[in-house]
Design a protein around this ligand. Sequence first.
Ligand code: NDP
Length: 292
Amino acid sequence: MSLNVTLNNGVEMPALGFGVFQTPPEQTVNAVTEALRTGYRLIDTAASYFNEREVGEGIRRSGLDRAEVFIETKVWISDYGYDETLHAFGKSAGKLGVDQIDLLLLHQAVPTDFDRTVDAYRALESLLAAGRVRAVGVSNFMPDHLATLRKRTSIVPAVNQIEVHPYFTQSDVQQAGADLGIRTQAWSPMGGITSYRGTGTSTFDDPTVTAIAADTGKSPAQVMLRWHLQEGRSAIPKSVNPQRIAANFDVFDFELTPDQLAALDALDTGVRRGPEPETVTREAFWRDIPEA
Ligand code: NDP
């Protein structure tokens, strides 16, 4: 299995990356250097995670060349609008300490103010044309958001980063993306959100997942990450624990069977754990993103 996927504009992106949502700034430098030491080459952060500065520091401390690491971040909705989003790029690049960002996403659609969302995306298109970013994309966009964006803008998003784990697969959103040439990237790829924000069984303890783990001699986390990769998705697991950071990258030495993939697909409950994208408004989700 290839370690990279090719985005719709030809840019190569590591399929398996490393996430830092909820990683406190004081733990982020170590988590990122540990991940890069392990072999991850994609780091996913966001302006609204308030740890971009530490992500940049972790990358510099790793000793790797800038070109060896694929940096992905997201513009928060408080910074939407053409000029505001251009400025948001500057804030993120400044905190990360880089001139160019590999993949810049809009973090959410704002359905009640889609004009502003479109303006934000047009800023991403300008940044792409100017070479300040290598690829642009979206996150948490539903099929109708993707369709409207396509009608009103020129560049097809390279990526739609959405909640995908065995308990919530959003196959309709994945299909809508695939039809447009958009790569799905799974957030909460191991279903971490079913554990830290869930009630009842978490994906890590699911009987089907643990049975496949026992059959393959791998852990539930490794089984879920392999499932994404074999189904063509990028995935960005998060951990602050060195053993788990390493284990989550050790997924290239086994193969799930078609039956095992189908059994994991069949666990979908249709229940979303993250925010309902249709209800996101700038007022309710406002966050001030500091200057660099
Ligand atoms: P994950 O599926 O990555 O799960 C992370 C959770 O599981 C953490 O609590 C972690 O704890 C724990 N964990 C990590 N590895 C293992 C393991 N091997 N066995 C058991 N437990 C484990 O979910 P996240 O929600 O953290 O999502 C991952 C990334 O996706 C984020 O960091 C972020 O980059 C992105 N994301 C994007 C969103 C968006 O709206 N675009 C929303 C949410 C996430 P510990 O750290 O202690 O190991």
